[in-house]
Design a protein around this ligand. Structure first.
Ligand code: SF4
Length: 397
């Protein structure tokens, strides 16, 4: 049975309540659902119902295509002037001994390590510290582009930009233009957490506000550039806060069209100030992906980070609206593992990632940051891996 037939079965199900049937009909008619209907999906939508709706939208947009990219991460520091309660990553300045602070040369050396690797993107994000100011990042971006012009620089979130622009006394529009001129090509989606002040005040009160986060993305989009958006879910927020979060994103996207991908991030409770908060189940993860796919009708892509939620949940998520499972990573990020993610050393070869996608009947596509197709792996044969060569060395006593 294909995705549309499954949706028709749902519509003919006499046990389904009228309000849920009405939402299913809207999905079939390609109509937008309201805030209250989004809330209803969270409150009353069972996993199977949500899966049918989300998969219908996913397959209508992308068929079986499932995207990934080959990237590496640079995390300049894990020290931070802020103190977000959910953060397992940052070591406050008073715990400096547990932290790292890369210099410009350290970061350029990481870039050079990939000189002969077919990566298309460097993803730069980390903590906020005074020495990483606007001139520092301008120089970093322009040095990366000078060294390897085709490498796409996806870097920093409004949390960093708000901080460095304030310090440099430039407004958001000027700041984003100057970053673009230095080589910035797109913005990742972090720092959004939960926009609603009732929750943001409790978990991330010092850093940029929801409005500031949205304004910085808006200025970036006005320059014709693209970015992503995240939502940290499954902690102290209620369903209405999640819908509110997505509603603010949907409204901005209506104005600019600059977002590419929405990425729900699961709250993990290891080693942070919210360790007493229970994590939500995998079922709730899947329900959340599905509601996001249904609600955000103007976002092209929904992404699941396999390194954060585990390989098997990532496979499952492909039936719940997800069409992107991020990148090969190559063990270059500590953000997930320090937060207690399933993958403590997140690295997957292209072959492994392709097989992971094919195993669940989907169609693997390697993309660049802007979703241009690099390689279609549906019928791709990987070359036999060469066995390592061992040479006899002379014995020296
Ligand atoms: S979430 Fe980001 S801004 Fe907040 S403490 Fe952690 S590193 Fe700093």
């Amino acid at each position: 049975m294909d995705a549309e037939q499954s949706l028709q079965v749902l519509l003919n199900d006499s046990h389904l309540s009228a309000d849920l049937k009405n939402i299913a009909q809207k999905v079939l008619n390609n109509e937008r659902i309201t805030f209250d209907e989004g809330l209803l999906l969270y409150e009353k939508g069972e996993l199977s119902y949500l899966g049918v709706l989300a998969n219908y939208i996913r397959e209508k947009r992308h068929g079986d295509k499932t995207y990934f990219n080959r990237n590496f991460h640079i995390e300049p520091t894990n020290l931070c002037v802020y103190d977000c309660k959910f953060c397992s990553y940052s070591r406050l300045i008073k715990q400096r001994s547990e932290g790292w602070e890369y210099t410009m040369d350290d970061m350029l050396d990481i870039v050079k390590k990939y000189d002969n690797e077919p990566v298309t993107e460097v993803h730069i994000v980390g903590g906020v510290l005074p020495q990483y100011d606007m001139p520092f990042y301008q120089q970093l971006f322009s040095s990366i582009k000078a060294h390897r012009p085709e490498l796409h620089v996806k870097a920093l979130t409004p949390v960093e930009y708000h901080y460095i622009f304030k310090k440099a006394k430039v407004d958001y529009a000027t700041g984003m233009r100057l970053m673009k001129e230095s080589g910035l090509e797109s913005m990742p989606g972090g720092g959004a957490e939960i926009f609603h002040p009732e929750i943001r005040e409790q978990i991330a009160k010092d850093k940029c506000t929801a409005d500031q986060w949205l304004q910085i993305h808006e200025e970036w989009h006005k320059l014709g550039m693209r970015s992503n958006a995240t939502m940290l879910y499954g902690h102290i927020e209620e369903y209405r806060h999640r819908v509110d979060h997505m509603e603010r994103l949907r409204q901005l996207q209506d104005r600019t069209g600059g977002f590419q991908t929405f990425i729900p991030l699961k709250f993990r409770n290891k080693d942070n100030q919210m360790s007493n908060v229970k994590e939500v189940s995998v079922i709730e993860d899947l329900r959340n992906y599905a509601v996001a796919r249904i609600y955000l009708d103007n976002f092209d892509h929904i992404k699941a980070y396999w390194a954060m939620i585990s390989r098997t949940t990532a496979q499952l998520s492909l039936n719940f609206g997800v069409d992107d499972i991020d990148g090969t990573l190559d063990d270059t990020t500590k953000i997930y593992s320090m937060a207690g993610a399933e993958e403590q050393r997140p690295a997957m070869s292209t072959k492994e990632l392709v097989e992971l996608i094919k195993h669940v009947g989907r169609h693997p596509i390697e993309r660049d940051t802007l979703y241009n197709v690099i390689t279609d792996y549906s019928n791709y044969e990987f070359a036999e891996q060469k066995k390592p060569q061992f040479y006899k060395l002379p014995v020296i006593n």
